[in-house]
Design a protein around this ligand. Structure first.
Ligand SMILES: NC(=O)c1ccc[n+]([C@@H]2O[C@H](COP(=O)([O-])OP(=O)(O)OC[C@H]3O[C@@H](n4cnc5c(N)ncnc54)[C@H](O)[C@@H]3O)[C@@H](O)[C@H]2O)c1
Length: 254
């Protein structure tokens, strides 16, 4: 499918690693100019270099999505650098303490996970939507998870945050439905990234085959399989799709 993102500006939070990095490069391959937003300068700059190596154009803006001043500066960076904002992938997230039961969950970890995964997505939409309206419309994809769709034991804050992302996505999509901005969420199962390494494989009595077996396809997903869904949701081909929460889960929840 021809995506035709030439002259489009795509903003990706959490672009220094994993799914965000892969999506940044994928947008660039389709002709979009990319703004990589992340906390870590070295890794974010590496993503910019990967985009340039793929023949694309990108810039980096250091951002903590849980801080409103950073999010305002991030969105302003898009406008001052490229003059507009067409697509946003609000992807930044943390896993918290994985498989810690609700009664043992630490309050500070709860606050961190909710502030980044949920408040961060809301702050991004709060400041992206006015700029997209000024640019004549756009598309936003928010990162949820299969943990946003069922009572996952991965951790109470992570599960609550990802359920919350779907609610925030639907409310904002409803508000923007007639204004030329489509807003959707994606819900991946396990994707092979540094987060999955930290969450599932390091210091735990879980084998790679166990993790693969959680999916009907008996394998985990790749960042490229998530990136292609994000690009499609931003494309004209998804022009009648908004307020949706799309599982990308190898059949886990079927
Ligand atoms: N990997 C999986 O199995 C999986 C499954 C479902 C959903 N997700 C979600 O996908 C997203 C990306 O995760 P990933 O697997 O690529 O992991 P990752 O750890 O490789 O990437 C997460 C990115 O978010 C950034 N980040 C974290 N906190 C931030 C903050 N406050 N401000 C800005 N950036 C911040 C990190 O620096 C990193 O670049 C997360 O929201 C995660 O919850 C991942």
């Amino acid at each position: 499918m021809e995506l035709n993102f030439r002259d489009k500006i795509a903003l990706i939070t959490g672009g220094s690693s994993g799914i965000g990095r892969e999506t940044a490069v994928s947008f660039a391959r389709e002709g979009a100019k990319v703004v990589v937003a992340a906390r870590r300068v070295k890794e974010g700059t590496e993503t910019v270099e990967l985009v340039r190596a793929a023949g694309g154009e990108a810039s980096f803006v250091q951002t903590d999505v849980s801080q409103s001043a950073d999010v305002i500066a991030m969105v302003d960076h898009c406008i001052s650098t490229y003059g507009r904002l067409d697509f946003a992938f609000n992807n930044a997230g943390v896993e918290g303490t994985v498989f810690t039961p609700t009664v043992h969950y630490d309050e500070q970890v709860w606050d961190q996970v909710i502030n980044i995964n949920l408040k961060g997505v809301w702050l991004c939409m709060k400041y992206q939507i006015p700029k997209m309206l000024a640019s004549g419309g756009g598309a936003i994809v928010n990162m949820s998870s299969v943990a946003g769709l069922y009572g996952s034991t991965i951790g109470v804050a992570y599960t609550a945050s990802k359920h919350g992302v779907i609610g925030a996505t639907k409310t904002a999509a409803n508000e923007c439905a007639t204004k030329g901005i489509r807003i959707n969420a994606i819900c991946p199962a396990v994707i092979q990234t540094p987060m999955a390494d930290r969450g599932f494989y390091e210091n735990k009595d879980i084998t790679a085959q166990d993790v693969a077996g959680w999916h009907r396809m008996n394998r985990v997903g790749t960042p490229a399989e998530v990136a292609s869904a994000v690009l499609w949701l931003c494309s004209d081909g998804a022009g009648f799709v908004t307020g949706h929460a799309l599982p990308i889960d190898g059949g886990m929840l079927m």
